[in-house]
Design a protein around this ligand. Structure first.
Ligand SMILES: C[S@@+](CC[C@H](N)C(=O)[O-])C[C@H]1O[C@@H](n2cnc3c(N)ncnc32)[C@H](O)[C@@H]1O
Length: 164
């Protein structure tokens, strides 16, 4: 099931747009975008859950080596990141959005430690952190930091923003 936040803001994309599903896991969000006609690149350090996909770009790479960002110089009309945080590459993620393009980000926020994992603050966004990370290059069109109750209790931070 794709993230409802991704579903909501992906209505701003068009068939034929390019998209990146970064740290995609099984690719639930990228699969959703692909089903709506986007040309999706899937990236993860473990792409074994994408074996059923064909005619699609799948990049298997570790994003946390400290080396250059593997997609440096490439941009996408839509970049989606859910349930993943590695602060060192936040600027690279922003740079991977085409001007006029859309960033959709959703991951755990501070407060989640009361409900479950992750509890490590390295993997929990501070209130306003994503908004601060994308300014001033992006116009924020959606932002939340709070409790989600379905399918389980978790504190999430969500952002959708258009690159100026
Ligand atoms: C909690 S899963 C989220 C998957 C997907 N975005 C979703 O929401 O369904 C986190 C994903 O980040 C990937 N990941 C973790 N560390 C990574 C790294 N260093 N480089 C690339 N991918 C990584 C994992 O393999 C996993 O697929």
């Amino acid at each position: 099931m794709p993230s409802p936040w991704v579903q909501r803001f992906s209505t701003l994309t068009s068939a034929g747009d390019t998209a990146l599903d970064l740290a995609c896991g099984g690719g639930r969000n990228g699969r959703w975008l692909r089903a709506h006609g986007l040309i999706v690149t899937f990236l993860d350090r473990d792409v074994s859950a994408l074996a059923d996909l064909s005619n699609v770009e799948v990049i298997e790479v570790d994003l946390e080596t400290g080396g250059p960002f593997p997609l440096k110089g490439r941009t996408f009309d839509c970049v989606v990141v859910t349930n993943y945080l590695w602060r060192d590459i936040l600027d690279d993620i922003c740079a991977a959005v085409t001007p006029g393009g859309l960033l959709i980000y959703e991951t755990f926020g501070l407060g989640n430690e009361s409900f479950g994992r992750p509890r490590n603050p390295d993997f929990l966004l501070k209130p306003g952190e994503l908004a601060a990370a994308v300014k001033p290059a992006f116009r924020i069109i959606g932002y939340e930091h709070g409790l989600r109750t379905e399918p389980s209790d978790a504190v999430l931070q969500r952002l959708a923003a258009i690159k100026q």
